[in-house]
Each structure stands twice: as structure tokens, then as C-alpha cells.
Write a protein that binds this ligand. Structure first.
Ligand code: TYD
Ligand code: MG
Length: 461
């Protein structure tokens, strides 16, 4: 028998850059001392193709069948929402998140529900023993003969089992624990992750089975091992949450089969994760009413407007540079808005520390929260509370103008359904909804259109 050829190369453990010789500094990610020697047994004809078993040939696009986007529901509506409306057959989904955030719990619950509907699920675990999983499943009240727990870390054996069992869904928890015998490096190294994920994805595509890969996250927040993994899969989800908070947010950062704007909201309880179908109510639950600096803003997350509280604290700088500490919003955005407050409203922030926080651990990225941030800082600075029944939204420009934002109607509807009585919104948006004004569409909501930050201040304080 012909001996397999051994190839040696060096891989950066931080970004996956390959080099034929050892390097002290990675030319790609500039990391020092990150190259590790890896050896690879090369086999002929090992690579497959993405078009099922037979060899792929170039063909006219008109003849490519478009049945690809076949989806099925996972019976967990928040997960389906983030995936773009269900699990796509043959798709590879990477779920990243800090250790202990609840990735295994989320998948076990979703798979438990799926198995109950009759689908055969293969849950491969390299981190916990079947007994540990069983104990957790009992707590989560999951029991089904269709849920197969498989404690295995050898890629070759996992692939064999998948071919034999032909499950409807595969979970690999986690990709960092799986290894292939073709590589000499340890499980969790960049080459191992890349190779095992590649093989699993290939098989999943060939068999039309969706595969969930769990990935751990490094200190700097990216999925440990490589960016390469993010390129290989169809969908990348992050499961986030703050320590000490029960809220968990599932966010798509890449999705070939749907929008990346959608978020799924969960609450971690002692009987597992509970889907939060009305996140606004949850995020506003502990709001202190009539506290200066507390303002309710509206942020559109995908197709769903979420009302959330922004809080700020403005106090005299004791020494040196004034501090700007921001949680949940990009700090540079807040600096810009503070500058607008100084120049256009004349509030003197030069000797004030500003602390700003989004309640509930949510991250706000939408420009529509600009006006709310300004209102919050001004409210605390002036020590005047904003009416607690008020929602504020609008984008703010550098000239102090308030710009129109999209989906104002959706946001107003959400505000109304949660019992708010007044909305301060961009004038241009108010003009469009304004005709309906206090009438039907807006219900009892008082809509006040403002064209500038100055006008907003006059209305608010
Ligand atoms: P886990 O799913 O193991 O996290 P990951 O796979 O992301 O590392 O989650 C473990 C945490 O979740 C642990 O700190 C306990 C908590 N938890 C609950 O609060 N309630 C529950 O019902 C379960 C199963 C876990
Ligand atoms: Mg886990």
C-alpha cells in the first residue's frame, strides 16, 4: 500500500494564516509568536464537492434547481426568527458565545422540541458526558427517543455515524473538541477546527442535513480559532448576555438565508431558557420612573421595534480629563452627541463626567436612538426627569437637526401597545403619520414632531 504523503506547514493559531516556514510575527494579523508546526497526511481524492455525491460539472444557471431554501421550523420561534424563518436544509450554522452563556442549553432545548415532533436528532458532545446531558435534560423536561446523545470527538467516527443514522439535524458541541486523525495537531488548533468543520459541512451539504456547530469565543470576542470558520458556514449566530443578567440575546452576524438584523431574546431561568415574545416589556420592567437621565428609546432590531431604557449620570469631574464611560452604545457616537449638546444647546460638558448605559444588557446600534441619548444626558445634567410615559426617537445630525428614521409607524404601534402616551419623533416622520395624528392609526398617542435638538429640548424640559 502506498504510504500517505506527509506535509508540514506552520499555522498562525490566532488567524489561521498558513506558511511553509516558521515566522515570528504573523503577516496577516500581526500576532507575535503564534505559529505552530502542523503535519498533515495527504490522501488523494479526499476533497469532495458541494453538489452531493457525484462530481459537479459546470452548468447553466437556468438549469440549477432552486429548491435549496427548503426550511423547517425548529419549534422555537425566537431561534427560527434569527435564522430567517426556520432551519434551512443542508445549512451550516455556527453558534458562538462565552462559556456558560447557555449555548448547550439553547441547542438541547431546541433539539428536544424538534425530537418531540418526530425528527431524528444527533447531538454530538465532546464536552459533557451523556450522563451530564441527561441530568440537564431532566431539568429542562426533555425526553424523547429521537434525541440521540453521542459522546465522541473523533471526526471520522462522527462522520460514519451520521452516514449510518441519517439524522434530520446534527449538533456538534463544540467544534473545538473534535479532531481528525489526518492532522497531528491538538484538538482546538486552527487546522483541526478548519479541517473538521470543513468535512462536517461537506457531509451536511451532501446529505441535505443542517448542522449546528458550537464555537467558543476568545477574550477579544471573536470565535476562538479562526475567522476561517465564519467564512465556511452559512450562518453565524452569537449568543450574548451580561453576567448577572438573566437576559440572553441571540444575534445573527452573518446569514446567507436571511436578515442579520433580527435578534432573538431569551430569559435564563432555573428550568432553562424561556423565549421572550415581548422584549420591550421585559427591558422596561425595572425602570425607575421620574428619575433624571432615564429615557425610553425605540430601536428597530430586524423587523421588531424594541423599546428600551437609556440611563445616564452626569457629574462634575473631580480631577483631570472628563470621563465618558458608555455601556451598550458605541462611545464615539455618544461623544458626537455630547458635542452637539454643547454647541447647539449650550450645555457645558467640559468639566462633566458622563456615564451612559443601556438597561438590560442590550446593544443599540441604530441611529434612531440618537435623540434619546441626547435627552437622557440633558435630563440628568439639568436634573429634570423626562415624563415616564414618553418615548423619544430620531437621528441627530451635527447641525443639531433631527432627521427622519425608517419604520416610524411600527415604533409608534409598539409604544402604544405598551401604554406610552407621548412620542417625540422627527418632524418629517410626524408629517407622514401626523395626518392620522391622534386619530385612528396612532390611537391615544400624542405625537410631537421636532426638527431640531433645540425643539426637542423645549418639548421635553
Ligand atoms: P451552558 O448551556 O452549559 O453554557 P455553554 O454551553 O454556553 O457553555 O449553560 C450553563 C449555564 O446556564 C450555567 O451557568 C447554569 C445556567 N443554567 C440555568 O440557569 N438554568 C438551567 O436550566 C440550565 C440548564 C442552565
Ligand atoms: Mg456547552
Amino acid at each position: 500500500m502506498q504510504k500517505p504523503k506527509i506535509k508540514t506547514f506552520y499555522t498562525c493559531q490566532s488567524c489561521g494564516h498558513k506558511s511553509p516556514k516558521w515566522l515570528g510575527k504573523c503577516p496577516d494579523c500581526n500576532e507575535w509568536n503564534s505559529f505552530v508546526e502542523e503535519r498533515y497526511f495527504e490522501e488523494k481524492g479526499r476533497r469532495g464537492s458541494l453538489a452531493a455525491e457525484e462530481k459537479a460539472v459546470p452548468q447553466p444557471i437556468t438549469r440549477v434547481s432552486s429548491k435549496e431554501e427548503d426550511r423547517f421550523q425548529s419549534s422555537m420561534s425566537e431561534l427560527d426568527r434569527v435564522l430567517g424563518g426556520g432551519i434551512v436544509l443542508g445549512s451550516a450554522i455556527l453558534i458562538g458565545g462565552d462559556p456558560g452563556i447557555g449555548k448547550s442549553t439553547l441547542l438541547l432545548q431546541a433539539m428536544g422540541k424538534l425530537a418531540k415532533t418526530g425528527a431524528l436528532v444527533l447531538y454530538t458532545t465532546g464536552e459533557e458526558s451523556p450522563r451530564q446531558i441527561k441530568m440537564r435534560a431532566e431539568r429542562l423536561n426533555i425526553s424523547s427517543d429521537n434525541l440521540l446523545i453521542y459522546a465522541e470527538i473523533s471526526l471520522e467516527r462522527i462522520l460514519d455515524s451520521i452516514k449510518k443514522i441519517k439524522p434530520k439535524v446534527i449538533v456538534i458541541d463544540s467544534i473545538q473538541t473534535i479532531y481528525t486523525e489526518n492532522l497531528e495537531s491538538a484538538p482546538g488548533s486552527v487546522s483541526q477546527i478548519r479541517e473538521t468543520a470543513y468535512q462536517l459541512i461537506l457531509l451536511a451539504k451532501a446529505m441535505d442535513v443542517p448542522v449546528f456547530l458550537v464555537g467558543h469565543v476568545t477574550k477579544d470576542g471573536s470565535i476562538a480559532g479562526p475567522r476561517v470558520l465564519e467564512h465556511m458556514v452559512d450562518t453565524v449566530l452569537y449568543f450574548e448576555g451580561e453576567r448577572g443578567h438573566p437576559f440572553r440575546i441571540l444575534r445573527a452576524v452573518k446569514n446567507r438565508y436571511g436578515s442579520v438584523m433580527e435578534i432573538g431574546v431569551f430569559e435564563m431561568k432555573d428550568i432553562g431558557l424561556e423565549e421572550v415574545l415581548n422584549p420591550s416589556a421585559l427591558f422596561l420592567a425595572e425602570r425607575p420612573e421620574n428619575a433624571p437621565g432615564s429615557v425610553v428609546v425605540s430601536s428597530l432590531e430586524g423587523t421588531r421595534p424594541i423599546l428600551v431604557e437609556v440611563q445616564s449620570l452626569v457629574c462634575q469631574t473631580v480631577f483631570g480629563m472628563p470621563r465618558r464611560t458608555v455601556v451598550g452604545i458605541e462611545a464615539a457616537r455618544v461623544s458626537v452627541l455630547v458635542a452637539v449638546l454643547e454647541k447647539k444647546i449650550g450645555l457645558n460638558m467640559a468639566n462633566q463626567d458622563i456615564f451612559l448605559k443601556v438597561a438590560g444588557g442590550l446593544k443599540l446600534e441604530e441611529p434612531a436612538v440618537d435623540l434619546g441619548i441626547i435627552a437622557s444626558i440633558a435630563s440628568n445634567y439639568l436634573d429634570k426627569p423626562v415624563n415616564p410615559k414618553t418615548v423619544v426617537f430620531g437621528e441627530v445630525g451635527l447641525a443639531g437637526e433631527v432627521r427622519a428614521i425608517n419604520q416610524a409607524d411600527l415604533r409608534l404601534k409598539e409604544a402604544l401597545s405598551l401604554g406610552f402616551e407621548r412620542c417625540i419623533i422627527p418632524k418629517d416622520n410626524a408629517k407622514k403619520t401626523g395626518t392620522r395624528g391622534k386619530g385612528q392609526g396612532a390611537g391615544k398617542l400624542e405625537i410631537i414632531g421636532v426638527a431640531s435638538v433645540k425643539e426637542a429640548m423645549d418639548v421635553l424640559f
